[in-house]
Design a protein around this ligand. Sequence first.
Ligand SMILES: Nc1nc2c(ncn2[C@@H]2O[C@H](COP(=O)(O)OP(=O)(O)OP(=O)(O)O)[C@@H](O)[C@H]2O)c(=O)[nH]1
Length: 499
Amino acid sequence: MKRPATPASRWTAPLIALAPLSQGALLVALAGGWKAPVPALAALSLAATSLAAVLALRALRSARQQAAEARRTLEEAIDALPASVEIFDRHDRLVAYNQRLVEIYPHMRPLFERGASFEELARASLARGGIPDAVGREEEWLLERLASRKTEREPLLQRVHDERWLRIFERRTPSGGIVGVRLDVSDLVHEQQRLAASQAHLQALIRVAQNGVLTLDRSGHVLELNPACEQLFGFVADELRGSHIELLFGAGLNGPASGERLLPAALVGGPRELTARHRDGRELTLQLSVAEVRTETTDRFVAIITDLTERKLQEVRLREANALLARQSTTDGLTGVGNRRLFDQTLLQEWQRSARAGSSLALLLVDIDHFKQYNDHYGHVAGDDCLRRVASLLRSCVGRSGEPVCRYGGEEFAILLVDTDLAGAQVVAQRCLDSMRLAAIEHAGAPTRPTVSLSIGVVARCGDAQQPAQSLIEQADAALYQAKQQGRARMVCAAPRAA
Ligand SMILES: Nc1nc2c(ncn2[C@@H]2O[C@H](COP(=O)(O)OP(=O)(O)OP(=O)(O)O)[C@@H](O)[C@H]2O)c(=O)[nH]1
């Protein structure tokens, strides 16, 4: 490449042209000794000057070569860097840059030239939409950016085309220039964005979750809690943060030995059911599941709490309602004693049990005498009342629980006596007759006596798997019929069945 003449080469060129001549004069001067004539001395001086010039010229060339070499080395070095590098002089003009800078800003390729000012380059980039975050506020952005170059500050994070992100480090050099390094941190930023999005998603889920969510440190102190948890225990988050988990669950858990603190590690797993107290003292039934979340930097525990209090209450209410329904389904609505359904069920059970155990089962069929006349005389409502009084009397005559007095139908009652032989059954039947007599319920309509009386058919035998339970009723009914036939107000025991 032909270089243009420099000032140095302009004055050294004539000297170089004279050099052969001056060397000859120098030889003549030396041959003639130091006392040479004046023309010889002049020639000598000229030769010396020429020599100095030659040497200076060589030194200059060598310095130039070294400078070019150094620059090439510098350019190769910054080209080899994975980050983009740019160097501006103290007038903020581009002195050097590497290929990576052009790759990052491809739309600026023709404009990256040594001598271009930072402001020119920035304006050109803005005009080409190279800084998406500055679109619509280019001048404002430029002013901020130029101001930022005058101060040493934190590295900038800048979004460029195609969702690429750069971390820009700028440092002043001692001579007032600026060295800029741009690192492509897109992967990192994208990862952070994904992480932030997933965290926001998770936070939203936790915020609106119906279950209480608590995070705890290793020692069991509350770090965070969600609104459901605040509501569950009646505390606001600030009151619970930093407090120990025992404040919430202490009493409801089988905690460690006295004196030792409850640690969340001991609660990992679940779900487990426990009781706790609301701030207002109400007892809560809760379900607790705890998981350990261990990362390289943290060790935390997450507790999920479900409030079962209302569900438990409903279960109790449901159980009570079912029990009531069951009672109602086996209770006679008028008299409050067992109904026919209960009698049938109990008879079947006891008949089979008696057959298995070989024990005696007794049945009393009790009928109010002349009850039609009672109704006719006193009216149906009074008749109902009489039925209730008789039922109550009969119940008081049966000592053992599990031996229900049942309304068998109309004005007829049935009493099952388990593990009771005929003698025992007769005792109970007699007690019923005596009670009735003592009660002396007026019966003005009765043809025989002025008070309400009972007729009772009594039977006692061992259950028989080969025969239906109904056979016991038939025997008692036959005995009852005889009691009616024999004048009422009495008991008749059924004759033993023929084998
Ligand atoms: N008030 C009332 N009466 C009832 C009820 N169930 C049945 N009766 C009446 O009981 C009476 C039974 O009459 P009967 O079967 O002739 O028997 P009785 O009049 O008691 O005569 P004996 O049994 O032979 O002494 C009928 O008049 C029925 O209407 C009831 O729930 N309330």
